[in-house]
Design a protein around this ligand. Structure first.
Ligand SMILES: Nc1nc2c(ncn2[C@@H]2O[C@H](COP(=O)(O)OP(=O)(O)OP(=O)(O)O)[C@@H](O)[C@H]2O)c(=O)[nH]1
Length: 228
């Protein structure tokens, strides 16, 4: 377990001691609301104005998960090809969680999701990495066309083992937006605990008392290594 402590600031601006960072990338077509979602989660506000993201923007929030401080670092990536080319390699390094976003009023952004999934695969992000599918701009849902799209998205999420969220970065309640990132951070934490337990069991059965410590440390480091 990487126990080095870092300083960070909590949502109320007070400095906190924080020991883990998880990197979550937020990807999807241009204009689907990635910036607004990450902004809403980190500040509780819908931004008054946004511009197309160039490269990548970073936002952070420290969560308390079952008594442990976890720094959730969100990588808000550019949806426009011309603004992302040079940064792509950086997005996909040491990723702990993925959030795919599409816009419920823009069916093309839904149809393009397999391309975003492919890009993840090409950068060696396998199905073991927790992921969520977000259907954003729920405040604009009006017709049965959008309802059909939502059902298709739910199905897609199920097929790929992703959790599904219907959100509005603009809506009065930000609960669903928070759930996306809090749930991912929780599953990362439990994934880490599980991998540690598996190592302990394996090492006990082989009676390797001392190497067990080393394996546990290596395994935890792999899951939660510093990404700075
Ligand atoms: N009504 C509504 N508008 C939204 C919502 N989320 C974002 N928008 C609007 O959608 C537009 C694009 O939002 P962004 O957050 O900049 O989209 P993005 O995915 O980050 O776009 P790129 O940076 O170009 O990839 C802006 O005009 C936002 O105000 C939402 O939940 N509801």
């Amino acid at each position: 377990m990487d126990s080095s402590l870092e300083s960070s600031s909590s949502s109320n601006g007070m400095p906190v001691r924080c020991c883990r960072t998880c990197k979550i990338i937020v990807i999807g077509d241009a204009g689907v609301g990635k910036t607004c979602l990450t902004h809403r989660f980190c500040t509780g506000q819908f931004p008054s104005r946004t511009e197309a993201t160039i490269g990548v923007d970073f936002r952070e929030k420290v969560l308390d998960i079952e008594g442990e401080k976890v720094k959730v670092q969100l990588w808000d990536t550019a949806g426009q090809e011309r603004f992302r080319k040079s940064m792509v390699q950086h997005y996909y390094r040491n990723v702990h969680g993925i959030v795919f976003v599409f816009d419920v009023t823009n069916p093309i952004s839904f149809r393009n999701l397999p391309l975003w999934m492919d890009e993840c695969r090409q950068h060696a992000l396998g199905p073991d990495i927790p992921r969520a599918l977000v259907c954003n701009k729920a405040d604009l849902v009006t017709s049965t066309i959008t309802s059909v799209l939502i059902e298709q998205a739910r199905h897609l999420a199920e097929v790929h083992g992703m959790s599904f969220y219907l959100t509005s970065a603009k809506g009065r309640k930000g609960d669903q937006v928070d759930s996306i990132f809090v749930t991912l951070a929780k599953s990362l934490k439990s994934q880490r605990s599980q991998s540690v337990n598996e190592c302990v069991l394996q090492c006990r059965s082989e009676s390797f008392a001392i190497p067990a410590k080393i394996i546990i440390a290596q395994e935890s480091k792999k899951k939660w290594a510093c990404i700075c």
